[in-house]
Design a protein around this ligand. Structure first.
Ligand SMILES: C[C@](O)(CO)[C@H](O)COP(=O)(O)OP(=O)(O)OC[C@H]1O[C@@H](n2ccc(N)nc2=O)[C@H](O)[C@@H]1O
Ligand SMILES: Nc1ncnc2c1ncn2[C@@H]1O[C@H](COP(=O)(O)OP(=O)(O)OP(=O)(O)O)[C@@H](O)[C@H]1O
Length: 284
């Protein structure tokens, strides 16, 4: 039995540069991980037995990206081994923190280990993108400048500040935002070098603020303390601070009912730090 993290990601910027024929959008984004997220525990089970506990409200087990990732791995390899998976869910759903995608990536990496499949990271990444555009960055595990639908990744090394991440009490469905006629989807593509010399923004933010006044209100509140932005298609917002204490102080003042957390930006995913630690121990 072993436990691995499924960290959250932030989109430090997000720019939508066009819509493809299949409906997906080409984008440019800078992904960074934070040292806070879900945790998954994996243990061996008899052949064909795949279980996930607990179930998530509103998500049928077979629709859960964890089960989908496990089934995809079985189908790709013909493996019939079983697994018991326990999920400690900390990340809000529909928060733009990539929780479901991160759970899927951790499952691919963990079952590759548990079932001794020896699939390469390239293969796991290819399997991952069929589960969601955000899965590849979690499988690769390095902060990255993303292009394409989010799967073309160039390693990047942004500063690693402390973040305050606040979660307005709304769930924003990624599909709804990408299908909205008012979404800005014609931003100019820039090189990473140009991005590093340009103020960062999120092309979904104005639209989400318009559709979800709770998000607009919370960004206005956080802007009083530090430059603040939305991650992904929302609803969560973030601001960076020089110290954990500075971020905690603002969290302590957050409006009643707003959930949030303080976490450190990481250019290497906590999944891979944990995996390296695990690999110093014998296989279960
Ligand atoms: C917005 C981001 O969070 C930025 O990191 C991601 O691009 C979203 O990634 P994700 O949640 O893994 O997205 P998916 O599960 O693949 O797609 C959900 C829906 O979002 C839309 N979608 C997603 C990604 C993308 N590049 N273009 C899109 O148009 C599609 O309508 C798709 O049906
Ligand atoms: N293990 C899972 N954890 C969270 N959501 C899941 C999971 N499996 C399936 N889902 C479904 O995926 C949807 C999106 O969840 P997720 O937490 O990844 O949103 P998100 O943070 O907005 O993602 P993104 O940043 O990729 O847009 C949920 O509303 C839920 O229906």
């Amino acid at each position: 039995m072993f436990t691995l993290p499924a960290p959250a990601k932030l989109n430090l910027f997000l720019s939508i540069i066009g819509r493809r024929d299949d409906g997906y959008h080409n984008l440019q984004s800078l992904f960074q991980f934070v040292d806070y997220g879900d945790a998954l525990t994996f243990s061996a089970a008899p052949a064909h037995e795949l279980t996930l506990t607990p179930t998530l409200d509103g998500v049928l087990p077979e629709q859960n990206l964890i089960i989908k990732a496990a089934r995809l791995l079985q189908k790709h390899t013909g493996c019939t081994q079983g697994a018991k998976i326990h999920l400690t869910k900390r990340l809000p759903m529909g928060g733009g923190l990539g929780g479901g995608s991160s759970d899927a990536a951790t499952t691919l990496v963990a079952l590759n280990r548990l079932w001794q499949l020896k699939l390469s990271t390239d293969t796991l990444t290819e399997l991952g993108v069929s589960l969601g555009a955000d899965v590849p960055v979690f499988v690769r595990g390095y902060a990255a400048f993303a292009e394409g639908v989010g799967e073309q990744l160039t390693p990047a090394f942004p500063d690693e500040p402390w973040y305050l991440i606040l979660c307005p009490a709304v769930e924003v469905a990624t599909t709804t935002i990408f299908n909205d006629p008012e979404l800005v989807r014609n931003s100019k593509a820039l090189s990473l070098q140009q991005w590093l010399n340009t103020p960062w923004h999120n092309d979904c933010e104005a639209l989400v603020k318009k559709r979800y006044p709770e998000v607009a209100k919370l960004i206005r509140w956080l802007l009083e303390y530090a430059p603040s932005r939305m991650t992904g298609t929302g609803a969560c917002i973030f601001a960076s601070f020089n110290s954990q204490q500075a971020a905690e102080e603002v969290l302590a003042k957050a409006p009643v009912g707003v959930l949030g957390f303080v976490a450190k930006g990481c250019n290497q995913s906590p999944l891979f730090s944990a995996l390296a630690e695990l690999d110093t121990q014998p296989l279960p």
